[in-house]
Structures are given as structure tokens and as C-alpha cells.
Design a binder for this molecule. Sequence first.
Ligand code: SF4
Length: 271
Amino acid sequence: MSRDILKNPLDVARATEPYSHSRLSVFEQCPRRYKLRYIDKVEVEESVGIEAFTGSLVHESLEHLYAMAREGQVVEWDELASHLRNRWDELYDSSVFIARKDTSPHEHLLRAQNMLMAYYRAHRPFQEGEIVGLEHELRFCISGKREHEMIGYMDRLTRLDEGVYEIHDYKTGKRMPSPAAVGKDRQLALYEIGVRRSFPDVREVRLIWHYLAHDKHIRSRRSAEQLARLEAETSALIETIEECDRFPRRETPLCRWCEYCGMCEPLDNDQ
Ligand code: SF4
């Protein structure tokens, strides 16, 4: 890659688009990757890994399940399994990348089906409160030295009793974090700030992560002090990004998975 793309003026683009948890995570991982992706908008062809492919189809199946539940209809298991298989047949092709060759595409499909089945059995008839949104987009502002617009997409937002909201997030990876680690998760806590600012009747917000591969879930609540601290820390991070002019490379083992691997050249100001 030419260094020219790194000489572009740091224009207003960095501040005009809303920030998301994943965008902030990219900066924390490597400022140069952030610049290439969000400021220079360097496009590269990215192959989709089988885990991400499987995860997106499981999410889509759960969205279908709850969209029907919102209409008062319970999708039968056979129908849901067919929905998953049909979407797999429609979308799966050789461009989906499989790193571990000892697991076949069919075994990945079975894994997806098993996750879905365990969730289905535990949650049928899917009437846990009023569904406010599925893949629900949330835009809200947080304040630090300045005001910053945030965006997020919640897998499912439900309202239980008056003023009690639940933010649900589905995880399809093999890793199961500890409750303590989940208690520090930034993404859903930021969504809580957004929900509290978007729905005037909020009294309580519950954060719920569904670890589908383990058939387990973890719940967390955040105090007003924790949310205030999170808002201050997130605003400070955004201000660091907006004041950044060097965007140094940060080489780690994760470079192997970076879309710019082999393309980002060291600059004089890199350490
Ligand atoms: S390859 Fe590594 S150093 Fe280069 S942009 Fe990606 S994460 Fe940063």
C-alpha cells in the first residue's frame, strides 16, 4: 500500500459518523487500523469465517422466531430448523473461510442447529415480555468535553413490567466469560445508557447475554455510578481519537486477523 493514504488530511469524517462499541474497540486494538478503516476508508476484500457465518445465521433464525412471536405465533421447531437449513443452503459457498480443516461445513451447520435447539427448548413459547425491537438500532448522545453521537444494534429489546427493560445479546462463540468479566462489558452497558435516554418510562434495565453454545445466560445490572463512569471514560476515549494525529501501529498477534495485514507500512512516528 502506498503511504499516500496515510497523508490524507484528518478531515471531519472522523467526527461526523456516530461511534459504536466496535469502532472504539478497533482504536483500542490498533490506532492505525482505525485510521485505515474509519478515516481513510480503505476497502479490502474480507473473507467471512465459518464461525461468523454460522453466528449470523443463528442470529437471523432467532430474529425470525421472535418476529413471529411478536405476531402471536409460535414457530415450531421443525420449521425453525428448516429456516436455518434453507438460509444455509442459500448463502453458503466456497468463499466462506474454514480455518480448521478437521471440521466440515456440515458439522458447523449441526453445531448451529444444536445451539438453536437448546435455546428453543429453554425459551418456548417466547413470550418473555413485550418485544420492543429486534436488531434494534439505537442512536443516542453521550457527553464529555463535547457531545458525541453513539449508535448500536441490540439483538432484542424487551419490556417486562412497567418501566423494566431487558437488553438481550446472543453469543455463538465457544468462549464463555466469567460473570465478573461480563460485569465489565462495555457494549451492553452503553446500550443501557441509550435505552435510558430513549424511553422515558425506564425504571430498570437488565443486561442479558445468551451463550448459546453453552446453553447458559449471564445477567448483569449497572448502577448509576457505573454508568456515569462509563460515559466519562467513553467520552474521553472518543476525545483521544478526535485529537489523535499519529495513529501509530500496534503490532500484536491479532495482526494476523487484521484486514490490513501486510498492507500497513511503518511511519517515522511509529515506535
Ligand atoms: S496489521 Fe497490525 S499494525 Fe497493521 S493495521 Fe492491522 S492491527 Fe495495526
